[in-house]
Design a protein around this ligand. Structure first.
Ligand SMILES: [Zn+2]
Length: 340
């Protein structure tokens, strides 16, 4: 086969493994595809479904035959997505019943029927136990692909019957290449503000989905970066007077405050590793030089303490904490940590 999974970025080993299994007719009846949100799990699942049906000898999947076009376009009756309703917290047993209704009916057009189960990290125990029965003895034409952002919640009995494939985090250059190819906004930014595009490819942290949405919301993203930098500058200044003023400028909504704290955590992580000689990939700053002035003014231990304080507040904001109170608490935590 000359080309396999050419629509997938990176993930070379995984592509080769799956293409070999499909070409040699030994693709298992279930896989768990694990990777963080935006890492391309849904694209993977559709590509696998197309490759299972495609008869091309040149590329797998070829993307142009009838089967490929139907599957990749979402028109095949034999590729079925099962996902929880957006307003529900859990993937419940009702969704498994939906699979059961069609499980023993032969596929319509293809040799296989592929069930793509999304959000399986939210599958509750009832749903998993009901699913296990199907996973133990599925009809020969059935393939299950379970997509999840982490596998911790999945029962060992499920994991033992469905090998886990992890999607790779893509390097920043791959992300940049993808954006330039697929996002007009990114192309425009490459001309008008290359620094901003660079910041986005780094903040995407290996995820194409996140990179795309950051591109669309690039102004909001730039404002967030600026407010984190301003905060760090105030926090590490010789006198802490600006820190108190900053408290009033922190986001006023729960989501805004959570975004700020998450971005700050990434920046603190960069500042801490900037102190070492070998710097791995950065998560917030676009270059080592940008992180250095702040790194020079604080210790790793202070960066870590503030990051832990941010984490604690993120958790509290999920449940009950008032945003204004969160801002005041955070600024006083930051002051205490700096004075220690
Ligand atoms: Zn094809």
């Amino acid at each position: 086969m000359e080309k396999c999974f050419s629509a997938i970025r990176g993930n070379q080993k995984l592509c080769k493994r799956l293409a070999d299994e499909i070409a040699e007719g030994r693709f298992p009846h279930a896989y768990i595809l694990a990777g963080k949100p935006g890492s391309g799990k849904r694209t993977w699942a559709l590509q696998i479904a197309a490759a299972l049906a495609c008869k091309s000898r040149v590329a797998l999947p070829c993307g142009v035959c009838d089967s490929c076009q139907k599957i990749l376009g979402g028109f095949s009756p034999d590729v079925i997505f099962i996902r929880k309703d957006a307003d529900k917290k859990e993937f419940t047993v009702n969704l498994i019943r939906r699979i059961k209704d069609s499980l023993y009916i032969a596929p319509n057009e293809l040799e296989k029927r592929v069930y793509i189960l999304e959000d399986t990290e939210t599958m509750n125990a009832n749903a998993q136990n009901a699913f296990l029965k199907m996973l133990e003895e599925p009809p020969s034409y059935v393939v299950f692909l379970l997509l999840c952002s982490n596998t911790e919640n999945l029962l060992e009995t499920v994991k033992s019957r469905a090998p886990i494939l992890y999607t790779e985090k893509l390097p920043a250059e791959e992300i940049r290449a993808f954006l330039l190819e697929n996002s007009p906004r990114a192309r425009e930014m490459a001309q008008s503000d290359p620094q901003k595009l660079q910041t986005i490819t780094i903040a995407a942290d290996g995820s194409i989905g996140l990179a795309m949405s950051l591109c669309e919301e690039s102004d909001k993203h730039a404002a967030l970066q600026k407010s984190v930098l301003d905060f760090l500058t105030a926090w590490t200044a010789p006198a802490l007077t600006d820190l108190d003023l900053f408290c009033d400028r922190l986001p006023s909504t729960g989501d805004g405050m959570t975004d700020f704290l998450n971005a700050l955590k990434k920046a603190l992580r960069d500042v801490a590793i900037a102190k070492y000689d070998t710097v791995p990939d950065l998560m917030f700053f676009s270059s080592f030089e940008e992180a250095e002035p702040i790194a020079a003014r604080i210790t790793v231990s202070k960066a870590l303490k503030l990051s832990v304080a941010a984490d604690t507040l993120i958790d509290k904001l999920k449940f009950y904490l008032d945003t204004r109170l969160a801002a005041v608490t955070f600024c006083s935590d930051a002051r205490r940590i700096m004075m220690e």
